[in-house]
Design a protein around this ligand. Structure first.
Ligand code: HEM
Length: 459
């Protein structure tokens, strides 16, 4: 079977030649140093001098959005744009929107060195891996126009709002099947972990069906996703970085085989359509196709699992809000947005100034990194009344920035909202007396925020 998970790959081929073990390790070491070792040293050093950013960017496992709220407010008290030693940091809704929609700010740390001749750019080019990575070009998240526009157009051609709406009935069916399984388990009276038995399985089953990925692989894919999710963080320890790259490598190996298989045996799925587009003139190279397909698949489950998990916790802890939803079920869609606002699955994103510019009255020199804290924008009192209050009837809940803004606005926002709404509604309709038990745990990742365990008694 071409789409079986293969054993970890041996020597890799790059640009037509096989990399030896020593060269592979050296390149991996440089990748770690550039993306994690050096930034970590810089952040720790400036944290010692009182820079608050260390607390946010290097906060350890167990910390979560709520623990960070006091920190957001400390940043907010210092003005719309905090200038740290390593980068600037924005917590203000308006400023973040301005940065994310501006053409002066782009994704990617090395982008300002457009000539590619600087030391960092050369080291990055030498050590670059051709394995799929969500934050490396040609990923949508790491490219800018004209390439970004070209990739985005192709995916939106197959990933339309109509295509998503057609999935509503199937998503309900999948959720009901998963709930039937949970009900059987609950009959024995024991506890179940809602993250592993429901929150993760719902989005991965949906996106697997949409993309034509065999559903039998979903547990393994969730495992790989967990390892790969760390690739969004900065300042990883060497060992964690190596394990994260091993997950990415296994995922990439599977993806190559799967795309080759679909080229030979196209199905009635979105990936087959994308593969067909590759052959349609000079649309997507094999590497571009892998980057686009890999991102849509991984983003399709790694974030929505957290929307559902964070929603379960919020609704369980605020029973009066759940009562409102029971009385008025048409509020469920707004509730999904209120959950996204208050406990967003993505903490922050970042941009680099490609030229000298001005933001919030401050001069921003070319090359400055601005971290835009989406979770903090969602609690901006200038936009949201009583921002810390969880209110499923909030009229402007949808104004949150949890899906970002501008060119990189989440491509899967409609799908995620629909899955969140259906996933939570059907769960609480089936188990209205659901009780979370002691032992909830948050993911160790910093950028992606959600629960890794939510033990529950269902009836
Ligand atoms: C609750 C769930 C989700 C959240 C919170 C979320 C969040 C985000 C955010 C914040 C970005 C932009 C990052 C930036 O500006 O740097 C983004 C981009 C993206 N998301 Fe999502 N996402 C979710 C679900 C999904 C789903 C279900 C899919 C796939 C079907 C998806 C596919 C993508 C893709 C392809 C991009 C890249 C868009 C681009 O750069 O042009 N996301 N997402």
């Amino acid at each position: 079977m071409p789409f079986k998970i293969m054993p970890p790959v041996g020597p890799r081929k790059m640009a037509g030649r096989t990399l030896g073990k020593a060269e592979r390790t050296a390149k991996q070491g440089v990748r770690w140093a550039l993306g994690h070792g050096l930034p970590r040293t810089a952040i720790v050093r400036s944290a010692r001098k009182g820079d608050l950013q260390g607390d946010l960017i290097l906060s350890g496992p167990g910390s979560h959005t709520f623990d960070l709220v006091d920190l957001f407010e400390e940043f907010r008290a210092r003005g719309p744009l905090y200038q740290g030693g390593f980068s600037h940091l924005a917590v203000d809704h308006e400023v973040i929107k301005e940065v994310l929609t501006s053409n002066d700010f782009i994704t990617g740390f090395f982008a300002p060195d457009e000539s590619g001749t600087g030391l960092f750019a050369r080291a990055a080019a030498w050590s670059a891996s051709d394995v799929f990575a969500p934050l490396q070009p040609p990923s949508l998240l790491a490219t800018e126009p004209p390439e970004h526009t070209r990739y985005r157009k192709l995916v939106t051609r197959v990933f339309t709002v109509r295509a998503v709406e057609k999935l509503r009935a199937r998503t309900e069916e999948i959720a009901r099947e998963l709930l039937d399984d949970l009900e059987k388990e609950a009959a024995s009276g024991g506890s179940v972990d809602l993250v592993t038995r429901y929150c993760g399985l719902l989005p991965i089953t949906v996106i697997s069906e949409v993309l034509g990925v065999p559903v039998e692989l979903r547990e393994r894919m969730l495992e790989l996703g967990k390892g790969a999710a760390l690739s969004l963080d900065i300042g990883l320890e060497w060992r964690t970085f190596r394990d994260m790259e091993a997950s990415l490598e296994e995922f990439d190996h599977w993806l190559r085989g799967h795309l080759e298989y679909l080229a030979e045996h196209p199905g009635d799925d979105l990936l087959s359509q994308l593969v067909a587009l590759r052959d349609d003139g000079d649309r997507l190279s094999e590497r571009e196709l892998r980057a686009v397909a890999g991102l849509v698949f991984a983003a399709g489950f790694e974030t929505t699992v957290n929307l559902i998990g964070n929603g379960i916790a919020l609704l369980h802890d605020n029973p009066e809000q759940l009562e409102k939803l029971t009385a008025q079920p048409d509020l469920w869609s707004n509730a999904a947005d209120e959950i996204l606002r208050l406990d967003p699955p993505v903490l922050l994103t970042g941009r680099v100034a490609r030229r000298d510019s001005t933001i919030a009255g401050q001069e921003i020199p070319r090359g400055t990194i601005i971290n835009t804290v989406l979770a903090a924008a969602n609690r901006d009192p200038a936009v949201f009344t009583d921002p810390a209050t969880f209110d499923v009837t909030r009229e402007n809940a949808r104004d949150h920035l949890s899906f970002s803004s501008g060119r990189h606005f989440c491509l899967g926002a409609a799908l995620a909202r629909m899955e969140g709404e259906i996933g939570l509604r059907l769960l609480f309709e089936r188990f209205p007396d659901l009780q979370l038990l002691d032992g909830r745990e948050r993911h160790p990742t910093r950028i992606l925020r959600g629960y890794s365990h939510l033990p529950a008694r269902l009836s």
